[in-house]
Design a protein around this ligand. Structure first.
Ligand SMILES: C[S@@+](CC[C@H](N)C(=O)[O-])C[C@H]1O[C@@H](n2cnc3c(N)ncnc32)[C@H](O)[C@@H]1O
Length: 332
């Protein structure tokens, strides 16, 4: 059980009514709170919750259209995302209770101050390195317009400007990451066919791919519903059409691909882990056609080449700059 869920269950008498659990972990919590519903923006957590509690949790970028008397937010990493989520929940709860739980190292004390916009926050519990806060929503805001919170920037690329829109909480919000910038310079000579932008974030690579290879089918994939929504905004802002899918890991990707391009994830939340990327390197071959390529950018210190060589084939370093490398390997 996630420690944040354990802290909630110490106060289970507060959570017996219709409660919306926003950003909930994929653990047993829904099983302990029969009147509660979930709202997740993580496709992997949502799939696990669906398998266990069929239909009691929904994936999306806004609170689901279900009735709830109170809501509890599991603190996300990004402050801007927290602002949006608290406002979206508070808008649905005038005169009712909004709770916030999070780990101390994830910044729960600072985040609890954000609750003061809506009423007088109270700390209810502190245990397992987590805190649980509550506020009665005395000042309910209007429902926030998520699209209006997107940050927009323009990249002056050789084939014309590209507009990128990113929603709160999305990787490299409002600016181009240096690793992605290096990969954008190395998108030439891809084999024709179906291209995948794995871990698409705001959709910058996928959009550039579609513009550069208009005859290729392009798919963008991300585990985060806010990234998926951002990618759709980015494609639309540039008049491009491509498939954007929510999914957890390479297993969710199509097969028969001619190339997989990625600035793959290498950390998540306050915990560091590489699992999604290691699985990508291990299983890319199953999603590539013969001669299909994997091309990715990674911090130079990450030891990906041995894994790539073990599971795909000889790994070439196409470029190296500013602490990043571009690796390329093909399926034989
Ligand atoms: C380093 S960012 C790159 C984003 C974007 N491609 C760019 O270049 O700006 C990695 C992305 O992978 C996504 N991600 C993390 N775990 C994932 C998983 N298991 N399956 C799919 N995408 C994942 C993250 O949400 C994030 O958007």
């Amino acid at each position: 059980m996630d420690p944040r869920s354990e802290v909630l269950l110490r106060q289970a008498e507060l959570f017996g009514g219709p409660l919306l659990l926003a950003g909930l972990p994929a653990d047993d919590l829904l099983g302990h709170l029969p009147a509660a519903r979930g709202w997740s923006w993580h496709a992997g957590d949502q799939a696990a919750l669906d398998a266990r509690f069929g239909g009691r949790s929904q994936l999306g970028v806004g609170p689901p259209a279900v009735d709830f008397d109170a809501a509890l937010l599991f603190l996300p990493k990004s402050r801007e995302l927290t602002d949006y989520l608290l406002a979206a929940l508070a808008a649905r709860l005038p005169g009712r209770e909004l709770f916030l739980v999070g780990e101390k190292r994830a910044g729960i004390e600072r985040a609890a101050k954000q609750l003061a916009t809506y009423g007088k926050p109270r700390k209810l519990d502190s245990a397992r390195h987590c805190q649980l806060w509550q506020v009665r929503v005395d000042h309910a805001p209007a429902a926030p317009d998520l699209q209006a919170l997107a940050r927009r920037y323009t990249l002056p690329l050789a084939d014309g400007p590209l507009t990128v829109l990113s929603l709160p909480g999305v990787f490299s919000h409002g600016r181009l990451d240096s690793g992605s910038a290096l990969l954008l310079e190395h998108l030439d000579r891809l084999p024709p066919g179906h291209l995948l932008d794995f871990g698409c974030g705001a959709g910058v690579l996928g959009a550039v791919l579609k513009r550069r290879y208009p005859d290729s089918q392009v798919t963008l994939l991300d585990v985060d519903a806010f990234a998926v929504a951002s990618s759709r905004l980015t494609l639309a802002a540039n008049g491009l059409q491509a498939e954007v899918i929510s999914g957890d890991g390479i297993a969710a990707a199509p097969t028969g691909l001619s190339a997989i391009l990625s600035n793959p994830p290498f950390h998540q939340g306050v915990h560091t882990h590489y699992q999604a990327t290691e699985t990508l390197l291990r299983e890319a071959a199953q999603h590539l056609q013969r001669g299909g390529q994997l091309r990715l950018v990674a911090n130079s210190f990450l030891k990906y080449p041995p894994l790539i060589e073990q599971h795909l084939g000889p790994c070439r370093t196409l470029a190296e700059a500013n602490g990043f490398r571009i690796y390329q390997a093909s399926r034989s």
